[in-house]
Design a protein. Structure first.
Length: 290
């Protein structure tokens, strides 16, 4: 399981974070995305080193990069003074990697953090890259797209309401799952329910976007794939959280990493980001043509 989790985390560090940052449309984040390998490569290297100082030092380098994102979130709040749903989701996405990096540094050092051992910390790192960063970012972007289409066929009131719900519930669910680590399994189950509802809202919006006439065939396939994967992977998340809270049979952590984790990383995150980049490119080309 450690090899699989390490590969998923490396994907998040090296590919998902910079690709996501470029979708925001903020010049400061574009610059950070260009510099991101300076932080991400040492972070990825740390995953494959034995626990101890040799692994903790490059992990700290990655943590510095995540603090840059957190600082950008703080500046953005001061500049925009907005907590609209789409903005709240984006701020969550910018802050989440710093939580992952904190867990990474402790885990690579071989130390406990808040009473949690290296095993749980190792799983916290991908959770806050893919649920904390990627899912919150995608939720914010689809919410912003629905709001931006207000008054058009693509911006129906139902889509706008669904986008706001996704942009609020995905970050809230992620935070509640984290709080469940400290409070108990029932609280974690509540967080899983909220997060699943938000992710399924993202899936529904992705499917609706795929069924419209604008996206090309490849983009429609990517959006449809991401939506279908979310339905399955979040059912797995619910089954695991329910089992932990009630004692009912449920998948093991190794099985969850191989199914829920890999599915969300490849089927949801990469497909969603690729589709959003294609949609953004098509919109830019249309604007230049006009």
């Amino acid at each position: 399981m450690s090899v699989l989790v390490g590969a998923v985390v490396a994907l998040g560090m090296l590919v998902v974070v910079p690709a996501g940052l470029r979708l925001v449309g903020d010049p400061a984040l574009d610059r950070t995305a260009r510099l991101w390998p300076v932080f991400a490569v040492p972070g990825a290297v740390s995953l494959w080193l034995p626990r101890g100082t040799a692994a903790a030092v490059p992990a700290l380098c990655y943590a510095l990069g995540t603090l840059v994102l957190a600082a950008h979130a703080a500046r953005r709040v001061g500049r925009t003074r907005s907590l609209r749903p789409a903005e709240a989701a984006l701020l969550t996405a910018l802050a989440a990697p710093s939580v992952a990096a904190l867990a990474l540094v402790a885990e690579r050092s071989g130390h406990e953090l808040f009473g949690f051992g290296p095993g749980i910390l190792a799983l916290t790192v991908p959770h806050f890259h893919f649920a904390g960063f990627a899912a919150a970012l995608v939720a914010g972007l689809v919410c912003g797209a629905a709001e931006g289409c207000a008054g058009t066929a693509a911006g129906m009131p139902a889509d706008r309401a669904l986008g706001r719900f996704a942009a609020l519930s995905v970050p809230l669910g992620t935070v509640l799952v984290l709080a469940g680590y400290f409070v108990g399994d029932l609280a974690e189950l509540g967080g899983a329910l909220v997060l699943t509802a938000g992710m399924w809202a993202v899936a529904l919006l992705s499917r609706r976007t795929a069924r419209r006439t604008g996206p090309d065939r490849t983009t429609r396939v990517l959006l449809t794939t991401s939506a279908a994967v979310l339905v399955a992977t979040m059912l797995l998340a619910l089954s695991w959280a329910l089992g932990e809270a009630t004692g009912l049979p449920h998948p093991s952590l190794a099985w969850m990493a191989a199914t829920h984790g890999v599915g969300n990383a490849l089927g949801f995150t990469l497909c969603s980001l690729a589709a959003l980049h294609r949609l953004r490119g098509a919109a830019s080309s249309k604007g230049r043509t006009v």
